[in-house]
Design a protein around this ligand. Structure first.
Ligand SMILES: Nc1ncnc2c1ncn2[C@@H]1O[C@H](COP(=O)(O)OP(=O)(O)O)[C@@H](O)[C@H]1O
Ligand SMILES: [Mg+2]
Length: 486
């Protein structure tokens, strides 16, 4: 008996072009269609094409057939998205492959994509809860006798952060504590080695309560609570959120008034000046990202002060973001104060905020000087070009003169921004900043290295396009602030 003849496309309905397409689209591979139909590989492909079939890659077939794994992945991603506030970028890294695939999988699992503002709110709330837990546990340790420097060392935080957390937990501080590590010298000095920070020690202040004398620079300003080693630290703010997250239509004025009312005299803000005696270096962009770090990541009531005497683009950024419907974090206030008495203004605002970020502009040396007299930290963003490096020298000279009038320690850092690693510029700039030629550095002979932060802010479209938005991805700026606050 002869074997049955192979099926023929003309006679067998299962091998017509539309039938092959239907089987292919329900998950069959071309190889399986070849085996089942007895047709050649080329004929199957030709018939599929004839039927207008969109061909898949083998990877897509695998994903399509592996429905259970896909469902599991989608469920896991939905959980990450909804319970942990993950972003699509994070879901892509967690297995979805791309942001678009992550979105599709989320919808498949019954999830609803959020707006970036909603994501920001979820993350802020999660951060606040974790911080509150930590604050309470630190309070327990402090009350059983641990000192602030010990706690800072134990949990790898800065002393200032531990203080903030203790205040947040409503801790009653013990008297006679010192702010930060013991000082060994009260004379200003330049670091001998290259390092990421330079500290101008504070101008000595003799406390009124101890000696009844306020000499020199201190006489210019009345003493404030929490200022000197023997005064108690500022009282803790109460632990309720300053503004609740569901108040979406708070205008800037109301927001400010409410923040102020909730926090009167509760804080002694940490003041960060983002400044450089030159325009266009990245001050405003840096100031916004840094302010968002303090407000969103650290959850502190934060004031972003636009003190640029010429352009006020930080405030403009805020106006555009508001007009375009971006939700500004409730604990962030943006104001402009481009006047020479900025130091007085900062002093007046210290008690209302946990952090004040000042965009000091580049146009006015006087304003720059005044802002530094009230700063705790000076961050100087500099692009890796010759002209910007040159302006650094004048910037640090002025900053040093201003630091001599500051009653606090001022820590200064240079941060390399707009670095494009495809060129040699960042490498060259780092070398020149850390091993400056005579006249191009800091110190009495202008030959000592600049305090360059290790974290570099790259030249990314993300930063170029950030104006007028509230970025949820603080990326390199979060790393920078962690480095500087460590
Ligand atoms: N990291 C960065 N990468 C690329 N472009 C940047 C970066 N930071 C700032 N810029 C761009 O540089 C320009 C000047 O920035 P800006 O923050 O306004 O500086 P400044 O306030 O010092 O004048 C803007 O066009 C801004 O988008
Ligand atoms: Mg600016």
């Amino acid at each position: 008996m002869n074997p049955p003849s192979p099926p023929d496309g003309a006679e067998n309905g299962a091998v017509t072009a539309p039938a092959l397409r239907e089987q292919y689209e329900s998950g069959a591979t071309v190889a399986e269609l070849v085996t089942a139909s007895g047709l050649s590989y080329g004929t199957v492909i030709n018939r599929l094409r004839e039927a207008g079939t969109v061909m898949r890659s083998s990877w897509q077939t695998r994903r399509m057939r592996d429905g259970k794994a896909r469902r599991n992945l989608a469920t896991r991603l939905r959980r990450l998205y909804e319970q942990h506030g993950a972003t699509f970028t994070e879901l892509a890294q967690a297995g979805a492959g791309t942001r678009r695939a992550a979105r599709r999988l989320l919808i498949e699992a019954g999830g609803m994509p959020r707006t970036t503002q909603q994501t920001l709110r979820i993350r802020t709330a999660a951060d606040a809860t974790a911080r509150q837990k930590l604050a309470v546990s630190l309070r327990g340790r402090y009350e059983s006798g641990a000192s602030v420097p010990e706690l800072a060392k134990e949990c790898n935080y800065s002393v200032a952060t531990v203080y903030r957390l203790l205040h947040q937990a409503g801790t009653r501080m013990r008297p006679q504590h010192r702010h930060g590590p013991a000082r060994t010298s009260r004379t200003r000095s330049w670091p001998a080695q290259a390092g990421p920070s330079l500290v101008w020690p504070r101008v000595p202040v003799i406390c009124r309560r101890r000696r009844g004398v306020i000499p020199g620079a201190a006489a210019r300003h009345a003493p404030r609570p929490g200022r000197c080693a023997c005064a108690p630290p500022p009282t803790a703010p109460d632990n309720t959120p300053l503004l609740s997250g569901d108040r979406t239509h708070v205008n800037e004025f109301t927001r400010h008034k409410t923040l102020a009312a909730a926090a009167v005299d509760a804080w002694d803000a940490f003041v960060i000046d983002v400044a450089m005696l030159k325009g266009g270096t990245g001050k405003t962009t840096s100031a916004w990202f840094i302010a968002l770090y303090y407000a969103v990541v650290l959850g502190l009531p934060t004031l972003l002060l636009d003190a640029d005497a010429t352009s006020q683009s930080a405030y403009d950024w805020f106006k555009v973001a508001k007009a375009e419907g971006f939700e500004i974090p409730d604990n962030l206030v943006v104001e402009r104060y481009p006047f020479d008495d900025i130091a007085e203004y900062i002093r007046a605002k210290r008690a209302e905020f946990g952090a004040i970020v000042v965009d000091a502009g580049g146009g006015s040396a006087k304003l720059f000087h005044e802002a530094v007299t009230e700063a705790n930290r000076l961050i100087v963003p500099v692009a890796p070009t010759k002209i910007e490096r040159r302006k650094l020298v004048a910037t640090f000279d002025e900053a040093e003169r201003a630091a001599a009038r500051n009653e606090r320690d001022v820590t200064a850092h240079v941060v390399l921004v707009k670095a494009d690693d495809r060129t040699s510029l960042p490498r060259t700039a780092k070398d020149r900043l850390l091993q400056p030629a005579q006249g191009e550095g800091i110190g009495p002979d202008h030959d000592e290295p600049f305090p360059l932060a290790e974290t570099v802010i790259h030249s990314w479209v993300h930063y170029m396009e950030a104006f007028g938005e509230i970025p949820t991805e603080l990326s390199e700026y979060a790393a920078l602030m962690k480095e500087l606050n460590a």
